[in-house]
Write a protein of this length. Structure first.
Length: 278
């Protein structure tokens, strides 16, 4: 396998980053997880808007040639090199160079990794997920909470908790005790014709598929709301599903003793998510 570091293709099994890389040292980095199908980045515009918005917020100094077109070409080149451009999972990371807290190098650096993806990522799961809430850590609710940041510890520990307890995923709460999101996904709840999801003010990651789906739901027959989502909602709503860039949507069948259906979830998937991959 190969990677692309600052535009240069390198073997993936050879050292590429310095020990004082700030993404490694401090989590001073952003990343995008993208899906490529037949040489096309799915929801590319949304990914690059989120990435460059995060770069601006973190005051990273991007080189003049660091633009969406350059990144698109580099992603495709790396996927072709790894022979996975037909269906791939891509991770694009950007970080504030090397150095300490007060003496960093000025220019942003970037890294592309890619792997072949299984065809199942283009289908909704047949077996529903079993989830719980991870309660040992809470997310803050500030201007940085919505970033796809390498400061990932709450999600790392929540994923570890899920694995230890034979769960498919875990929800992460915020400092107010409300639901923020899941380890690698945003969360939506359905009851009759109502669909709700935590708002960005609740500290969730500003997910690309989340953003796409919200745009579709707000102009559909569904009643849609962003806001506070609580444990009580998980126990009283009829359906729950998760969204992310790789899988699109996955439906949840159980939270603790509560069991869910998926009738409306399947309708949402067929109407709004499945067409993205056509």
């Amino acid at each position: 396998m190969n990677i692309c570091l600052n535009g240069k293709i390198l073997p993936a099994d050879e050292p590429a980053l310095m020990a004082d890389n700030r993404g490694y040292r401090y989590g001073d980095a952003l990343f995008e997880t993208m899906k490529m199908i037949r040489g096309k980045i799915i929801l590319e515009k949304y990914h690059f808007e989120r990435l460059f918005g995060g770069i601006k917020l973190l005051k990273l100094q991007a080189p003049s040639l660091f633009k969406p077109g350059t990144l698109r070409e580099a992603v495709l080149k790396t996927c072709k090199k790894n022979k996975c451009e037909d269906l791939a999972r891509v991770r694009l990371s950007v970080f504030r160079g090397n150095g300490g807290l007060y003496d960093e190098t000025k220019n942003l650096q970037w890294l592309i990794e890619c792997w072949p993806a299984e065809p199942s990522v283009n289908e909704i799961n047949k077996n529903g997920l079993v989830i719980d809430i991870f309660t040992d850590m809470q997310k803050t609710c500030d201007v940085y909470s919505n970033l796809k940041s390498s400061n990932f510890l709450p999600y790392v520990m929540a994923a570890r908790y899920a694995k230890e307890n034979k769960l498919n995923d875990c929800l992460v709460s915020n400092i107010k005790g409300h639901i923020a999101d899941a380890t690698i996904a945003n969360v939506f709840l359905v009851k009759n014709n109502l669909v709700i999801t935590p708002s960005l003010a609740e500290g969730c990651v500003n997910g690309v598929t989340r953003r796409w789906l919200i745009g579709k739901l707000t102009s559909s027959e569904f009643e849609f709301r962003e806001g506070v989502v609580t444990r009580n909602d998980l126990e009283t709503f009829d359906e729950v599903f998760l969204t992310n860039s790789l899988y699109g949507m996955r439906w949840v069948k159980q939270f603790r003793e509560k069991k869910y259906g998926n009738t409306r979830t399947m309708q949402i998937y067929k109407d709004f998510i499945q067409p993205i991959y056509s």
